[in-house]
Design a protein around this ligand. Structure first.
Ligand code: G1P
Length: 278
């Protein structure tokens, strides 16, 4: 079955981005020309997705406003690009009623997803080139859930879901187990879930079976651990760039790296960097 739908959870608090996120969603934090969530919606669109569900929550109304069609008399090219995308995709919204974790947020997508595989893109993560497009290719071959991973330094494993797996072909691994935010001692590998997934609808039943885990929240990784006992799951090693806009250092790095590549501001940033003595 073709992957036609995407779900973008954008309901979590931005505690690692405070006070920037005190009165605005972390998904609306700017990276060069656009807020993070716009990159995520564009990734879904450029991966061939036609229907997108954004799961928002308390304090996240600015996200809905951002995806209204612009009525500005004169538009910049980024707003025009977004309006063009809005002509071609359907964007729906649902609100997570209380903060109970990523697994709980994903549960709100059940009616939208119906009985189809779907792409899941975390709303505070940017990937280049579009990781979802690559995951869909892997899904087409294996026809079951696939989770994008990347290597992280050992001292960072406790920030991510970590997978235990064995390689079946270049960059594709069969998942044996998954652990949400393990300590260094508990981590089964250094392959971290980076926030892009293709999931089968069986995940919803697994979420219902999931008990509160790390931080007392319903963790998606715990639900996937149950899913892994019912069907095969694969991990795909993404070799592109991935920025986690949920923390300040990565957000600043994303701005600098992406600004350096940008036609409008790249030269100015290069000059600035050359002039700074460190
Ligand atoms: C979430 C997931 C985690 C994943 C991470 C990627 O954690 O629970 O498994 O590795 O996103 O960014 P969060 O960053 O919301 O704490």
């Amino acid at each position: 079955m073709r992957v036609k739908k995407a779900v973008i959870p954008a309901a979590g608090y931005g505690t690692r981005m405070l006070p920037i996120t005190k009165a605005q969603p972390k998904e609306m934090v700017p990276v060069v020309h656009k807020p993070v969530i716009q990159y995520v919606v564009e990734e879904a669109y450029y991966s061939g997705i036609g229907d997108i569900l954004i799961i928002t929550g308390k304090g996240k109304r600015a996200i809905e406003d951002h995806f209204d069609r612009s009525d500005l008399p004169k538009k910049d090219k980024y707003t025009e690009e977004l309006d063009k995308i809005l002509d071609e995709v359907n964007i729906f919204f649902v609100r997570q009623r209380e903060q109970k974790g990523l697994g709980d947020a994903v549960k709100y997508a059940e009616a939208f997803v119906d009985d189809e595989p779907f792409a899941l893109l975390l709303g505070d993560t940017i990937t280049f080139p579009p990781c979802t497009k690559e995951l869909i290719q892997v899904y087409k071959k294996y026809k079951t859930s696939v989770v994008a991973v990347e290597e992280v330094p050992l001292e960072k494993v406790s920030l991510y879901g970590i997978v235990k797996c064995r390689e079946v072909e270049d960059s594709v691994y069969l998942i044996e187990d998954l652990v949400e935010k393990p300590s260094i001692d508990e981590a089964p590998s250094t392959l971290a879930i980076l926030g892009r997934y293709i999931l089968t609808p069986e995940i919803f039943e697994c979420i219902r079976e999931t008990k509160p885990g790390k931080g007392g929240e319903i963790q998606l990784t715990d639900a996937m651990r149950i899913l892994n006992t019912k069907e095969r799951m694969y991990a795909y090693l993404f070799k592109g760039k991935r920025y986690d806009i949920g923390n300040k250092l990565d957000w600043l790095k994303a701005n600098i790296e992406m600004a350096l590549d940008d036609a409008e501001v790249g030269e100015g940033i290069r000059e600035l960097i050359r002039s700074i003595e460190v």
